[in-house]
Write a protein that binds this ligand. Structure first.
Ligand code: SAH
Ligand code: F3S
Length: 454
């Protein structure tokens, strides 16, 4: 039989990028061939995101847009993967008749089998069951050709239940991956020539290995304590296993990060000094409504500890504006907290009510869109000032930069990142992509550092 070609389109977070790489690996192993041209594909897969209404709308529009391809290829298979599959379930078949296959984030191993079934017998298939232990540990994701940075997933799902967030419903409860498989993958990546690893999890500080299964099922009486590995231990193991690679991790949780993480970061030169620490709001009232399980004061204490242990650490953030009952006073408290921390960068969002969440069911989305937009603009403008303030502090310094590629602005320049995750543009000289080099920072814009090779 002629080999079938698949095309995959990805939306959403880094975890989805990593999941798409896993999907490609599963399909390649079964003899399918990836194509970058949607017109050539026999199978089109869309890995979807549900985090905000905007993302869902964009994807629904896209599915509508590719409908016409079915006219040219009668047996074309269209599959919906990821978070929207989990939310919409069978409804997808109704909304869009062209969809043949719906698979949630824990069901990707079934892809080759179900695709073959559809090819042979037609039909429509769905699997959105959550697995208690699916971490795809044994699958080496199919990564892009430029071997610089690789995502390594260490845990999946989230038990935190922030009231605005759909992730616990789309990705299920927390399950951590076997540390041995993580270390093996890191070593493999080093052998393959990768230079940097980003350890991924919905909240990496929740990483907890006790032999497998859901975190909530852990029974401390049935185990010897020395078999438990938490995030700081894992981070240290990774840093030691691949001492010549840069290590990053994403995302930390203010309620769960420990001093041990900060100490491990300090101890190992190869762990980048950057923490993504979403605050969401600066108001205690809103933090409590969001069920974030920390107060503004505790968050500030944590920031102080980070700067004490790691004085040059970059801190970035996620902020939601216009959550239910957010008053002008609450909004000002967010601006005020931003002024205290002066984040290196932030991702800033307007609150978007999500079905299934506690906030959707119990609270009123009572801040008008006009106010939400105005507050967002204020937050973005302030963040711009802070990013510039932080970048300016690098001017005159010599920093270690990993060369990631050729600058979009000029082929005579490279771009790369410093330890704090800032983008740096600099002249090429005789270096190559993937080299770790010293760059003297001479200038900056509001978002980028400009330097020269030292
Ligand atoms: N811990 C996760 C967070 C996932 S969601 C991680 O790995 O990054 C990413 C960000 O999207 C959240 O931090 C939050 O700021 C934002 N977000 C989540 N739900 C949202 C909603 N309903 N409306 C607006 N923004 C939301
Ligand atoms: Fe979402 Fe909160 Fe978990 S933002 S991913 S429920 S930590």
């Amino acid at each position: 039989m002629e080999k079938k070609k698949y095309y995959i389109e990805n939306y959403g977070c880094q975890m989805n990028i990593s999941d798409s790489e896993i999907v490609c690996s599963i399909l390649d192993n079964e003899g399918f061939i990836q194509t970058d041209l949607i017109q050539n594909a026999n199978i089109i897969l869309i890995n979807t995101c549900s985090i905000r209404e905007k993302s869902e709308k964009k994807i629904l529009l896209r599915i509508n847009q590719i409908k016409y391809l079915k006219n040219y290829k009668k047996n074309l298979i269209i599959g919906i993967l990821g978070c929207m599959a989990e939310i919409f379930k069978k409804k997808f078949f109704k909304i869009n008749k062209i969809v043949n296959l719906i698979l949630g984030p824990d069901s990707y191993r079934e892809l080759p089998f179900l695709i073959k079934k559809i090819l042979n017998q037609n039909g429509k298939y769905i699997n959105t069951y959550f697995s208690n232990n699916e971490t795809y540990s044994d699958i080496i994701p199919k990564r892009k050709k430029e071997k610089i940075t690789a995502f390594v997933t260490i845990m999946r799902g989230c038990d935190n239940m922030c009231t605005f967030c759909v992730v616990p419903f789309t990705r299920g409860r927390e399950k951590s991956r076997d540390p041995i498989s993580i270390l093996k993958e890191c070593e493999f990546l080093f052998q393959k020539g990768f230079k940097e690893i980003i350890l991924l999890g919905q909240n990496v500080d929740s990483y907890f290995w006790y032999g497998g299964g859901l975190k909530k099922n852990f029974n401390k009486f049935s185990l010897k304590n020395n078999t438990i590995i938490n995030f700081p231990k894992l981070l240290e193991l990774v840093a030691k296993t691949v001492p010549f690679m840069r290590i990053r991790f994403w995302t930390s949780n203010p309620n769960q990060i420990t001093l041990n993480v900060l100490n491990v970061m300090k101890k190992y030169k190869n762990i980048c000094k950057h923490i993504h620490l979403p605050v969401q709001s600066g108001s205690n009232k809103i933090l409590s409504l969001m069920n974030r399980k920390y107060s503004r004061e505790e968050y500030i204490l944590l920031i102080n500890q980070i700067y004490k242990i790691l004085p040059n650490c970059s801190i970035s953030c996620d902020i939601i504006t216009g959550f239910c009952n957010e008053s002008e006073k609450d909004h000002n408290e967010t601006l005020n907290l931003m002024n205290y921390v002066k984040y290196n960068f932030s991702y800033m969002f307007i609150y978007s009510p999500r079905k299934l969440t506690y906030a959707f069911k119990k609270f009123n989305d009572n801040v008008s869109l006009t106010i939400k937009k105005r507050r967002l603009t204020e937050i973005i403008n302030l963040q711009r000032k802070h990013s510039y303030y932080r970048l300016k502090k690098s001017i005159g310094k010599i920093q270690e930069i990993l060369i990631e590629g050729i600058s979009k602005k000029s082929i005579n320049y490279f771009y790369g990142r410093n330890s704090g995750n800032d983008i740096v543009i600099f002249n090429k000289k005789n270096y190559k992509i993937g080299n770790l080099i010293k760059v003297k920072i001479n200038n900056c814009t509001s978002a980028t550092l400009i330097g020269e090779i030292f």
